[in-house]
Ligand binder design. Structure first.
Ligand SMILES: C[S@@+](CC[C@H](N)C(=O)[O-])C[C@H]1O[C@@H](n2cnc3c(N)ncnc32)[C@H](O)[C@@H]1O
Length: 220
């Protein structure tokens, strides 16, 4: 693996790219505890969960990774992120909540995996507020937050929403320290059916890396 990750995935698969990002920003150590409160089927963690010949996985390179999701995918905690409570702090939080709003409003081929996007724009903003308000207290001072998010072309509204920009804007208790672009390997077959398309077909996803803003350090 390269010493430094490159800001786009090139030909790497999602799991490989995520591993580059995570291992660079939060190098593996038995001392470190991570939280993924919207873990889903853990596609991101593919490189960490596949066993080697001795049956060990790379997840074991960290002290612990706590997986939680509102749906039961067989992970350790089944909970709405809003109801989670911890009496410990983490070295890193990986946050990948539903990234669009308005059903059938996206070009994203991966919506098959997690259902259609029935949440409202306010619901999407609430996921940002949760991160901004609650995550600083869940993170150690040196801790990092990795947000996975995407922009959206809303077909019905015929409007482009630069959600990644909104994320950066709303996370006022954090400072953006890095940004990566994952270029999708496949495209929605319906994306080109939009008549007089007012913006390009969105073919990428972001990984935004934050640290706590200075005024948040040791406030908890
Ligand atoms: C984009 S998917 C996450 C994909 C995941 N990172 C992976 O690697 O497979 C979004 C996840 O957020 C979960 N989710 C939605 N609302 C939630 C909530 N209020 N609290 C916790 N998880 C939630 C969904 O069940 C879904 O698994």
């Amino acid at each position: 693996m390269a010493k430094y990750p490159i800001s786009h995935n090139g030909k790497k698969k999602l799991g490989e790219f995520f591993r580059d990002i995570l291992s660079f920003h939060i190098p593996a150590s038995k001392e470190k505890i991570l939280l993924d409160p919207t873990c889903g089927r853990r596609y991101l963690w593919e490189e960490y969960t596949k066993p080697d010949l001795s049956g060990n996985t790379r997840l074991e390179e960290y002290g612990k990774v706590i997986f939680s999701d509102v749906k039961d995918y067989g992970q350790e905690i089944v909970s709405d992120v809003r109801s989670l409570k911890f009496n410990q702090q983490f070295d890193g939080i990986i946050y990948d909540p539903p990234y669009f709003f308005g059903y059938s409003g996206s070009d994203d081929p991966r919506r098959e995996d997690y259902g259609d996007y029935v949440q409202t724009y306010d619901d999407l903003l609430e996921f940002m507020e949760i991160a901004n308000e609650r995550f600083p207290s869940w993170l150690k001072d040196h801790g990092k937050l990795i947000v996975k998010c995407a922009d959206q072309y809303h077909t019905k509204e015929r409007r482009f929403y630069p959600h990644h920009y909104t994320w950066i804007d709303k996370l006022t208790n954090f400072e953006l320290i890095d940004m990566f672009i994952f270029i999708h390997h496949r495209m929605s077959p319906t994306a080109f059916q939009v008549k007089d398309r007012p913006c390009s077909v969105i073919m990428h996803t972001y990984f935004l890396v934050f640290k706590k803003a200075k005024n948040m350090i040791r406030n908890f």
